[in-house]
Design a protein around this ligand. Sequence first.
Ligand code: NAD
Length: 467
Amino acid sequence: MPEKRSCGVPGSHEGHFAVVDPATGEAFDEAPDQQPHELDAVVERAHAAWRGWRADPAARTAALLTAADAVEAAEAELAALLTREQGKPLAESYAEVARTAARMRYFAQLDPGVQPITDGRPVRSEVRWRSLGPVAAIVPWNFPLQLASAKFAPALAAGNTVVLKPSPYTPLATRLLASVVADALPEDVLTVVTGREPLGAGLAAHPGIRHVTFTGSVPTGRAVASGAAASLARVTLEMGGNDAAVLLDDVQVDRIADRLFWAAFRNCGQVCMAVKRVYAPARLHAHVVEALAHRAKTTVVGPGLDPDSRLGPLNNAAQLARTEHLAAGALADGALAAAGGHRLDLPGYFFAPTILTNVPPDSPVVREEQFGPVLPVLPYDDLDDAVEAANDTGFGLGGSVWGTDPERAEAVADRLECGTAWVNHHAELSLAQPFAGAKESGVGVAGGPWGLYGNLRPFVVHRREGD
Ligand code: NAD
């Protein structure tokens, strides 16, 4: 496990890169800038550790439960560091740490079982499950701990070892997590590597890796898949989304406005399955815009460590520039800002929560994933058109339908081309359910038993009976 290293002058040490606090725009610490050639030794050790780790499921369960306890015991330190490097309000960082521990416990206790196969012939065959070997986990910056655990918890529970690479924007809480669980897990079972590109590319393409589990953008997902193709390692890709929320004509706007707002703006809109477009019946459009704009204008935006802040900054300068570019482009094309539309006059990467109306349907802020606090609200006259517009995207992560009659809303939700369709809420997941994007949003399945089996291979013993 790497030692947490804190340095007085961030970014000044050779072989390290600076980590920036998005609430100030200033570097506050640094992390090792590991190079791809260093992966050979890391993967070799992960391979050696696999032999012992895979052999004893009961010991694995015990170790992972102890590790989850250790994460909870360190929640204050983990949450503070997470907010510092990621930007989200501290309460959300605490919730992220709690979900990380909960996921570790969930997978620690899942058993893949043994499945007998019968087909009427005098043979007895059964499926047993075998681990794969070293797994590479590559994670983005929006939920560094939660998404890391979505990868390492099922991979470790299945008997694999893991080499985990956080985003260079958010390496510190992940390094701290590794040191927090170090006493609970055997050496080299979970290794965190940090560095800038091409470290991720090197990890995805490393010949000793047997499964690459990646969360991030679609273009990077493609690069990961093509890198892994060289060794024919399995890939699981969780990628972007452009989730639509379709409001029905019987929706009670004031009743759902809070839920809808936070489904779009939580974590400053930097959520893969955030609501990224709203389709409202033309008759209710002004009411929906007003209700969302009111919330956008009155939500307290500020540093995540300030207990009054409900929204923090964007995580990094590039994401701020992208958000600003998409909002400015829509405004130049005739959109109107019912709230926000501009950066905030604060140090760091703050953008005002923005509600856009009058947005041309082919505007990039509608067609692309904004991943920031900017929400277009589009009117529709015909529900079929709204469903068609919701589905008219290369993404297919999630979607939602909102209305007073849940049966009718569910029937509309059933028509969405995505991995998860919610009714009267959005972006809530259970540890036990599968999470899989349709179209370009995903390859493979995470979550629930499916997430465990995604880290295992079926091994069949086929025995002839009666000889
Ligand atoms: P990103 O694709 O830029 O980076 C993701 C990770 O890949 C980082 O660790 C990065 O360092 C690494 N990486 C970059 N280039 C690489 C390469 N060539 N080979 C291997 N690894 C490489 O994504 P991001 O900007 O960190 O995160 C935002 C994106 O993640 C958004 O598109 C968002 O929708 C998506 N996301 C998806 C989910 C999901 O579950 N579907 C969840 C969260 C975020």
